[in-house]
Design a protein around this ligand. Structure first.
Ligand code: NDP
Length: 485
């Protein structure tokens, strides 16, 4: 990666990089080696103030532009991101530890997809006309104002773009706070938006931990908060936003089920379970971490899975031959190893992995447990690491009931060749996103989000527009005005 690709300072406010060395040090570590990649500073109250003031000052002018003009800027930003995909992917790999093999195709590129999609629909956003006899009404689709985006560490570029693209398309401005684990990539998104023509202040980035996020959420200038994070953080942020009656989007955690019926294509189901548990080393909210396999195909499923896991290549994530990277942080590695210990202690049968890898960095082996029961900790709690639990079942009703017996409801998948059963099961899932004979694909064209404790609101697709705009109704009286006296 060229040195130019590194962000030039900690924050990006009002169209330029900004530093404030009074902020506590924020060190960005390459998870594959433990080496320091960058040293930044957390946002001070003065930085938070600058960012909010810039976003507020820029909003009216941004909203006054036509949708075509705003959209053109977003689409130009998408083009720049694609042109620089390699540099941005290498930065994402340094920030997160995810293999370059993945980041080249899944991170900056999916961010560009979001900017292109919302850039494309910006010009066609609007209200409607409603005829009321002689009178009539119309609705105006208005932006909400200043939005705050708060990101998790697993997809720093994608999360920034998934929030910025619809927010900006609708005429809002944004202050984005990345996770303190992965501070670098959102700065590049901000830099590129300005290069593409976004006026200063439209998209700002402020670093910091939870308290910086909390100060943004609590500010009265903020109209909306979109968080990607865990359920406990979601609860706190939702409650704080409620104080100010702010709009929210909550993209939270999951413990999603994948059902594999006896008639399924087992190779496809194994591929999907690999993608849905080991991509990004398992650090994906929608992962299908409870794989329910029909008892008649359990042993073929497990033996094929064990065979396929031999293809996992651990190594330097910057080497494109590596297809399995480390955990984002030592802390996350310890959390995952703790869950693996619980799986062993509670009687699950270890099929593969189960240990920290014998190498530098925070690598955990891809781990598969069989004979997992619904009450085991590894079947109930979100692990956010490469730990796949296989549970067996006998009937469709039983599998669906057990799949839904969780406080979460982010995603679910079903593998079967029986068309009627596939749709019946999808209808029965209590989850925001379901896949039939596929898993974990989340293109920008389709809505994404959870039910139950997994969150509220939807990202992506036309649905996201509803969460970044509001309708004003204008009733037009054509006269005369009638009155009782
Ligand atoms: P956290 O909930 O710990 O943090 C999420 C973000 O919120 C971080 O930027 C964090 O700051 C910030 N934050 C923490 N406390 C507050 C607060 N009181 N007010 C405002 N902001 C706050 O999640 P992780 O970063 O650990 O990410 C993992 C979680 O994210 C998993 O549960 C996963 O399922 C979920 N997730 C959900 C996705 C979805 O779309 N549904 C996608 C990806 C992840 P900091 O980290 O700097 O302390």
């Amino acid at each position: 990666m060229t040195r130019n690709a590194q962000p030039k300072a900690s924050h990006f406010i009002n169209g330029r990089y900004v530093e404030d060395t009074d902020g506590d040090a924020l060190t960005c570590i390459y998870p594959a080696t433990g080496e320091e990649v960058a040293r930044l500073h957390k946002g001070t109250p003065a930085i938070v103030e600058q960012a909010l003031a810039a976003a507020q000052a820029a909003q009216a002018e941004w909203a006054a532009m036509t949708g075509t003009e705003r959209g053109r800027i977003l689409r130009r930003a998408a083009d720049i991101i694609r042109e620089r995909n390699r540099d941005l992917s290498e930065l994402e790999t340094l920030d997160t530890g995810k293999p370059l093999q993945e980041t080249l195709v899944a991170d900056a590129t999916s961010g560009a997809d979001a900017l292109e999609y919302f850039g494309g629909i910006a010009a066609s956003l609007g209200g409607e006309h409603i005829q009321l006899g002689g009178d009539w009404a119309y609705t105006i689709r208005e932006p909400l104002g200043v939005c705050v985006g708060i990101g998790a560490w697993n997809y720093p570029t994608q999360i920034a773009c998934w929030k910025a693209a619809p927010a900006l398309a609708c005429g809002n401005t944004m202050v984005f706070k990345p996770s303190e684990e992965t501070p670098l990539c959102a700065l590049k998104v901000a830099e590129i938006l300005v290069e593409a023509g976004a006026p200063p202040g439209v998209f700002n980035v402020v670093q910091g931990a939870g308290e910086v996020g909390a100060s943004l959420v609590g500010d009265e200038r903020v109209a909306k908060v979109s968080l990607t994070g865990s359920v406990p953080t979601g609860r706190r942020v939702y409650a704080a936003a409620a104080e100010g009656m702010k709009h929210v989007t909550m993209e939270l955690g999951g413990k999603s089920p994948m059902l594999v019926f006896e008639d399924a294509d087992i190779d496809d189901a194994v591929s999907a379970a690999i993608n849905g548990n080991f991509y990004s080393s398992g650090q994906i909210c929608s992962n299908g971490t409870r794989v329910f396999v029909h008892k008649d195909v359990l042993e073929p499923f497990l033996s094929k899975m064990a065979e396929r896991l031999k293809g996992a290549v651990m190594g330097d994530p910057l080497d494109e031959a590596t297809n399995f990277g480390p955990m984002v942080s030592e802390r996350q590695m310890q959390i995952v190893l703790g869950y693996i210990d619980k799986g062993k202690a509670e009687g699950a049968r270890l099929i593969s992995g189960g240990n920290r890898a014998d190498r530098d960095g925070w690598f955990v082996e891809p781990t598969v447990f069989a004979d997992v029961t619904d009450d085991m900790t590894i079947a109930r709690e979100e692990i956010f690491g490469p730990v796949l639990s296989v549970l067996s079942f006998e009937t469709e009703d039983e599998a669906l009931k057990r799949a839904n017996a969780t406080p979460y409801g982010l995603s679910a998948g079903v593998f079967t060749k029986d068309l009627a059963r596939a749709h019946r099961v999808a209808a029965g899932f209590r989850a925001g996103t379901c896949w039939i004979n596929q898993y974990n694909l989340t293109p920008v064209e389709v809505p994404f989000g959870g039910v139950k404790m997994s969150g509220v609101g939807r990202e992506n697709a036309k649905a996201a527009v509803e969460h970044y705009s509001q309708l004003k109704t204008v009733y037009v009286g054509m006269g005369p005005v009638e009155a009782p006296f």
